[in-house]
Unconditional design. Structure first.
Length: 264
């Protein structure tokens, strides 16, 4: 007599898939890099003046959404934090629920009350199991102020970002990225990417350093889609939100040569 036989079964039900866009451009969750392309870079604003930006929460079936998205923050569904919290506010909150293929907008205002470069983090809790909370940075500055990777060029109002530090080759046949960096002295250090081409994840090895630097992934349109801060070592990075294509991986440390990454 074998008695009672028991076993456990488990399955995954339908889930939502949260996406936030600004200016109809994707803002990856966890991104610490700002961009004018997706409205997270507010640019220059005079003291005590307002600039509002509209962002959209989506739950797209094309990205795998199969259940309603619930924005679970309470009492506020979208909150602001970080060092520049006093300069940003949410003036319009999104709805509590977003259906499959639905959307809901929210607005973030930049109102600098003190001179300088101001960075804040937008946080949106939800029932998306892989992106909870959804976070991204926004940034603005007052006239004459400089930000770490966004500074006035000498003799004018023009500006450049980290991406402009490099002249890159993105053709399919190029085996290496040739970098010409402003002020690059000596032989460049090297980052390593495994595997490359990559599908869902890539392992990035950066040279060790006593000082932190920012590693950025830039698409062929010149838009920074993801960045993170590191002092070197190994980092396993999720590429799920990256569209297939060619990316340049660059460091804010101009002594580190950029690499070309192919996302399949």
């Amino acid at each position: 007599n074998a008695g009672t036989y028991t076993f456990v079964v488990q399955g995954n039900g339908p889930t939502p898939r949260m996406q936030v866009v600004g200016n109809n451009a994707d803002i990856p969750s966890g991104s610490t890099t700002v961009s004018a392309a997706n409205d997270t870079e507010y640019g220059e604003r005079s003291l005590n003046t307002n600039l509002d930006r509209t962002f959209t929460v989506r739950n797209p079936g094309s990205l795998g959404a199969a259940a309603p998205l619930s924005l679970t923050g309470s009492p506020l569904r979208v909150t602001i934090g970080g060092p520049g919290v006093a300069m940003f506010s949410v003036t319009t909150q999104p709805g509590a629920s977003v259906g499959v293929n639905g959307s809901s907008i929210f607005r973030v205002r930049y109102r600098p009350t003190a001179a300088g470069c101001h960075t804040a983090t937008v946080t949106i809790p939800s029932n998306d199991p892989s992106r909870n909370p959804y976070t991204f940075n926004v940034r603005g500055r007052t006239p004459g102020a400089s930000c770490p990777d966004y500074a006035p060029l000498p003799g004018g109002e023009e500006e450049y970002s980290v991406a402009d530090e490099y002249e890159v080759a993105l053709s399919d046949g190029a085996e290496d990225i040739q970098a010409i960096s402003r002020g690059l002295d000596g032989e460049a250090s090297e980052m390593m990417l495994y595997p490359n081409p990559a599908t869902d994840r890539v392992l990035l090895e950066a040279p060790e350093s006593a000082e932190s630097r920012i590693i950025s992934f830039i698409n062929i349109g010149g838009v920074t889609v993801y960045s993170f801060e590191t002092t070197g070592g190994f980092h396993s990075l999720d590429l799920t939100d990256f569209a297939p294509g060619v990316y340049v991986v660059v460091s804010s440390d101009r002594r580190i040569a950029p690499k070309r990454l192919i996302k399949l």
